[in-house]
Design a protein around this ligand. Structure first.
Ligand SMILES: Nc1nc2c(ncn2[C@@H]2O[C@H](COP(=O)(O)OP(=O)(O)OP(=O)(O)O)[C@@H](O)[C@H]2O)c(=O)[nH]1
Length: 350
């Protein structure tokens, strides 16, 4: 795989924003870029909706040569789009002020973040003079879109509009998903292994037709796209905000109260397959969007990383528990507001 050709705008350091709904495959794609960085110094900023930094932890334990923990900065304090001034700008400033600043910065937003406020932050004078948004990549969960996960219910919208003409959506998932696509310079339809060729073509066409401007749409498996395609787009997105409409244009701020997250703690488990079967049943019964975390397994020195997107689960041992870590399982649960937290907690803990 060839090294991505750096396409700097003047002396500015390029930043790539990786957006996409919960569980679409953003961390998987970031990891693939790191594995194929060919010596290029890339810093990663990872933002999560939940209070636990699972993605940053997964990337830190990736064992990729040349990728140090210092190059991975976690912002787990809420969605990056709402904490721009408090968290994001000081973090960027610190990266830029390093003795050896990165050659490229990848920013993985939370699955619920709206990318536009983040792109706008690159217009702040202190950042604007030194960085540019090289491109916004939207990662899409192909099978989730194909099964109508983000589709609106047209009747419900018509009813709501009759009461309040300014209402766009009754579906917060659709709203976040569309904002993410509308901001993109490149759209990656991921999880192609779970779709057949005709479905992929139809999805790509449908997505390309739904976004407001001509944007390349590609398909991928496990986020495997040549970094030369992802990096070096040269979009300067901060100068091009009007071309990226958002459902929240005109609003000073927005709330994430359509979604909620909480953490379930569990003790050592005896058998990963039994746990995953239980998690799958809970996720389906409560329409949970995302479950992820790490769990100790009896007599195993390695911790088990567990990932669920809807009812689809994966698990793998990722690294040994360190001597200073408590062998306690922590799973982040994310869903639309109104989850029955007590019932979910009890069901997960068995
Ligand atoms: N079958 C399949 N699974 C995939 C693919 N890419 C990623 N996954 C799995 O999907 C799950 C979510 O992937 P992540 O990369 O963590 O997704 P994410 O977008 O970073 O998730 P959040 O940060 O929670 O929004 C994991 O279990 C991945 O292993 C793919 O191409 N095919």
């Amino acid at each position: 795989m060839s090294a991505p050709a750096p396409k700097l705008s003047g002396e500015k350091i390029p930043a790539t924003v990786i957006t996409g709904f919960l569980g679409a495959g953003k961390t998987t794609l970031v990891r693939h870029v790191l594995e194929n960085a060919n010596g290029r110094r890339i810093a990663i900023i990872v933002n999560e909706f939940g209070s636990l930094g699972i993605d940053g932890d997964l990337l830190k334990s990736c064992g990729i040569a040349g990728c140090t923990d210092d190059d991975i900065v976690e912002l787990a304090n809420g969605c990056i789009c709402c904490t721009v001034a408090d968290d994001f700008l000081p973090t960027m400033q610190a990266l830029l002020d390093r003795d050896d600043p990165p050659e490229h910065v990848l920013i993985e937003t939370s699955g619920l973040a709206l990318p536009k406020p983040l792109i706008k932050a690159f217009d702040w004078p202190t950042i604007r003079s030194r960085m540019t948004v090289d491109g916004v990549i939207a990662v899409v969960d192909g099978p989730a879109v194909a099964t109508g996960r983000f589709a609106d219910d047209p009747d419900a919208i018509a009813r709501q509009r009759a009461e309040d003409p300014s209402v766009d959506h009754d579906n917060p998932l659709a709203e976040v998903y569309e904002d993410q696509l509308n901001a993109a310079d490149l759209i990656v339809v991921n999880k192609a292994d779970l779709l057949d060729g005709a479905d992929i073509d139809a999805l790509k066409q449908g997505i390309a037709g739904a976004v407001p401007r001509a944007v390349k749409v590609v398909s991928a498996y496990e986020g495997r796209i040549d970094p030369a395609v992802l990096l070096g787009i040269g979009a300067a997105a901060e100068d091009d905000l009007d071309a990226r409409p958002s459902h929240h244009d005109g609003a000073d701020d927005h709330e994430h109260d359509d979604f909620e997250s909480f953490v379930v703690e569990i003790g050592e488990i005896a058998d990963p397959d039994t746990l995953v079967a239980r998690l799958r049943a809970v996720a389906e019964a409560h329409d949970i969007l995302r479950i992820k975390g790490f769990v100790p397994v009896s007599a195993k020195p390695m911790r088990l990383a567990v990932q669920g997107v809807g009812g689809r689960f994966r698990h793998a041992y990722d690294r040994p528990w360190t001597p200073t870590e408590q062998r306690v399982g922590r799973l982040v649960v994310i869903g639309e507001t109104g989850l029955d937290q007590a019932a979910i907690d009890a069901a997960i803990r068995g």
